[in-house]
Ligand binder design. Structure first.
Ligand code: BES
Ligand code: MN
Ligand code: ZN
Length: 464
């Protein structure tokens, strides 16, 4: 379900209106180099290059000769990502070309922000915006930026689609469409077939009339091996430990991990990275019925570990456990899981930062650096081993929901880590997948987190 009107840069030969990006500190120097009439127009309109300020400059025939766009000071740019996307949203139809003293990173941020500025979730109502088009700035890899935007848009559409139209079936259909687009292979284990090999996925998903399944997609046959695992809980009622209404409201987004790894997979496949990719998605609905799994049940995971269920709302770690165990049977060079796993992660770092866990310092350095470069903010969290005692109930190997709730995101990560052998390079992302307040290039709603940073770091990470 990759949208058929994905944003593209304008043809490089089209005539474009210059769009001059100015910081507030650069404005005076720039004005000094302009004719008096330009200085007068800028002064008369009170243009100070404040963040988001826009000024159209008329030609003698009163058409728009060029446009100035302010991006304020360093503090403004630290506060808001993708500021240039505000220009895309404010400008009239036409084709624009960026100019100004920007670093390569800023150019790339501006170009991606522009493409993402037109995104709206329009499946049920409304129209996409984005009459203003941009010529790909020189030095920016246009095809790559378009692939990143397309991946991000796929993630957003998947998350925004409500659970009535995005159950395990529809998530499978979307994964198959992506696989078809890139000639990837896909295998699905579904319903009762899960009983033997994937008991936890089956247990969590069996209460729903919409059959649980494990989606296994593979692509590429040369280079290092990367396995991505994404939580695909299409709706999380909490199960018998039913969530209160206010907490259940947003739970269509509980397949945000799956949506994000699919978006990342698109970026990798569309740009033809030389690697062997595998994407595993346990797709289930955590529903309530007479057949639902219960608090107190003790289940045996794919790898033989027994798990005492202390809360049916801690379902994400269960379905991921079986998928991670399968992933580990064919050890890749790098394994990454992404999941809307805990509310505790949000309490710790808020909706904007993607907290992640890894024992590998070099991987963490590369991820942090990339997150900074591409403005996909990440925060490393600790796999703090002393807390493992909290997930050991005694009556079984593991407890899915330690009482007390201390360090909830950490204990969830430690639970997953039990399914990944120490010999495998592994990172786990506890993402939120939702932007609660509109920002440039990021409307309120589903949003990818971490994928762009991972994509940016992959070449280096897999070479080392
Ligand atoms: N999908 C939720 C986590 C979640 C909640 C993510 C809100 C983002 C926003 C997950 O399945 C869950 O319910 N986790 C529980 C775990 C607890 C029962 C140990 C939680 O975080 O409360
Ligand atoms: Mn839950
Ligand atoms: Zn959940």
């Amino acid at each position: 379900m990759l949208s058929d009107d994905l944003p593209r840069f304008a043809d490089p030969d089209t005539r474009a209106i210059p769009l001059r990006i100015l910081t507030s500190t650069a404005l005076d120097g720039w004005l000094a180099r302009q004719e008096g009439a330009v200085r007068d127009w800028v002064a008369a309109n009170g243009f100070e290059a404040r963040a988001g300020q826009i000024l159209r400059m008329p030609a003698p025939d009163m058409s728009v000769a060029r446009v100035l766009f302010g991006i304020g000071g360093a503090k403004d740019r630290a506060r808001k990502r993708f500021l240039v996307a505000e220009a895309a949203a404010k400008l009239d139809a036409g084709t624009y070309a960026l100019d100004g003293e920007m670093t390569a990173n800023q150019m790339e941020e501006a170009a991606l922000g522009w493409l993402l500025a037109s995104y709206r979730f329009t499946r049920y109502a409304g129209k996409p915006r984005g009459a203003a088009r941009l010529k790909a700035p020189k030095g920016v890899d246009a095809a790559q930026v378009e692939a990143i935007a397309a991946g991000e848009i796929l993630t957003r559409d998947l998350i925004n689609t409500p659970a009535n139209d995005m159950g395990p079936d529809e998530l499978e259909v979307s994964a198959r469409a992506l696989a078809d687009l890139h000639d990837a292979r896909i295998e699905v284990t579904k319903g009762d077939e899960l009983r033997a090999g994937f008991p936890l996925i089956h247990a969590v998903g069996r209460a729903s009339t919409r059959a649980p399944r494990l989606i296994d997609m593979r692509w590429g046959d040369e280079g290092p091996a990367l396995t991505l695992v994404g939580k695909g809980v299409c709706f999380d009622t909490g199960g018998l430990n039913l969530k209160p209404g206010a907490s259940m409201g947003l739970m269509k987004k509980d397949m945000g991990g799956a949506a994000t790894v699919l978006g990342l997979a698109h970026m990798i496949m569309a740009t033809g990275m030389k690697l062997r990719l595998r994407v595993l998605i346990p797709a289930v609905e955590n529903a309530v019925s007479g057949d639902a799994f219960r608090p107190g049940d003790i289940l045996t995971a794919r790898n033989g570990l027994t798990v005492e269920i202390n809360n049916t709302d801690a379902e994400g770690r269960l379905v991921l456990a079986d998928a991670l165990a399968l992933a580990a049977e064919t050890p890749p060079d790098l394994m990454i899981s992404m999941a809307t796993l805990t509310g505790a992660a949000r309490v710790a770092v808020g909706p904007d930062l993607a907290p992640y866990y890894t024992d590998d310092d070099a991987l963490a350095m590369a991820l942090n650096h990339a997150g900074h470069r591409v403005r996909d903010p990440l925060w490393r969290m600790p796999f703090h081993r002393p807390y493992e005692a909290m997930i050991e109930p005694g009556i079984a190997d593991l407890d899915n929901a330690p009482s007390g709730g201390f360090g909830g995101s950490i204990t969830a990560a430690l639970f997953l880590d039990r399914f990944v052998p120490d010999t495998i390079r592994y990172a786990h992302f506890d993402i939120y997948g939702w932007n609660p307040a509109a920002a440039p290039a990021r409307p309120k709603g589903g949003v990818g987190q971490g994928a762009r940073a991972i994509f940016d770091s992959l070449t280096d990470v897999l070479a080392s």
